[in-house]
Design a binder for this molecule. Sequence first.
Ligand SMILES: C=C(O[C@@H]1C=C(C(=O)O)C=C[C@H]1O)C(=O)O
Length: 487
Amino acid sequence: MNPPILTQKLLDHLQQARQHAEVKGREILACYSSPWDDWEPISAFSTAGQGYAHAFFWAFNDPQLALVGLGQAAELVPQPGQGLVSLQQAWREMLGDALIVGPEKPHLLGGLAFDRQAAVSPLWSSFAYGALVLPEILLIGRRQGSALLLSTRVSARTDCNALCERLLAAVRELASTTRQGPAPTSERNNLLSRCDSLPADCWKAKVADAVDAIGQGRMEKVVLARQVDFEAEQDFSLEATLRYLRQANDSTYLFAIRRGEHCFLGATPERLVRLEGRELYTTALAGSTPRGHGPDEDLYNGNRLLDSAKDRHEHALVVNALKSSLEAHVETLQVPAMPSLHKLPHIQHLQTLVRGRVRPDVDLLTLVDALHPTPAVGGVDKEHAIAYIRDQEGLNRGWYAAPVGWLNSDGNGEFAVALRSALIHGRQAHLFAGCGIVEGSDPEHEYQETCVKLRTMISALMPEPTVDGCGERSVEQHTEVVAGCGT
Ligand SMILES: C=C(O[C@@H]1C=C(C(=O)O)C=C[C@H]1O)C(=O)O
């Protein structure tokens, strides 16, 4: 982007937007985009993002897309206990008046709380019930090229020269910081403590209670999660964590959402829903087993999972729920009869990739509302399972296991389920992992499964390059660091 050309074009654009605002008698949205080369998403988020109260990062490989959102031109916030219809409506209204110039569409970026009926805990106060943010600066990276999109609100009283100057200063700053910086130093960040939200035995007892409740017919499945808190000697580095997650997890959605001092980030394998025109893509992911130590054990574990009646039942509950949640919204739905294996560095899952065509006028947030929470993170039936989680799980999930993603002005977008994730602030990291409980679930086995799931974030937060080439220490070893808390 050539700055002198941008200066004049951007100023013209803002002045035109001000004239529109005068005619309409209200503030309008002005969006301006242009090609933008030579930037690197993790540096853009972690370095350029430092100057902003809010920053968003998203990267996925298929199809390749990186989004980095900085600052905030507008924010849509869901109401506790309410659906997302009002957000979709507000987005439509905002776009109705907008003046959009350039090849790119404005995007909302953000996420939602897992349970918008539960109270917000202090830990999650800056995330609350959810937020979809229209960033002031959006960087979009695709295989075929990259772009920068500036969004701002303009009223009849806006000083366009001053606004233009402020935006250009931000762009200049961005240009100097978004190229790939030096790799962060891999100084070891020693752990000072680890604290489990519940001692292991108490958590296993909760699993046993859930199995009893299922046996009594109160529900068919419920997902119970654990929280594990780490404190380190130094602040956790968001940049180093994201770089580790990226190199170790190439088939996952990498996300990071920073709001003030808190950053929620992770590498999740689970798609909630993607909408592209009227094509819908969703995934059932449930039923898990660890990766093997060698190819033989790995194959054995995978085959056992495919043959496990308990896991197939757990998985089928998710597939059936996807079908029934989508029934009213689709014209066609293609659901493979058999799950396949989705292999990740530490764990493998049963997976069913579902495709469909939505009815005309079905929007993405309606689909998010219909699907979340799927029984992969909630349970069956939905209402009883959610009530059970709220009453019995003993933690506030915040945005863990909830939708995170993006939505553009064409209505296209994608939301993932925020698993294998942590909430980080300074030297504190709060990690979350859960698993599906059905009839026949064994508490010890489920506990071990959560340990395996926690490894994604533990390895990324505390990589040790000397150990087994993938920088991983086991959860059990970390437990030894505990100073009188948890276990
Ligand atoms: C709840 C989590 O994962 C979910 C539960 C799974 C299971 O119970 O088998 C598998 C994948 C996810 O849908 C988590 O990672 O925290």
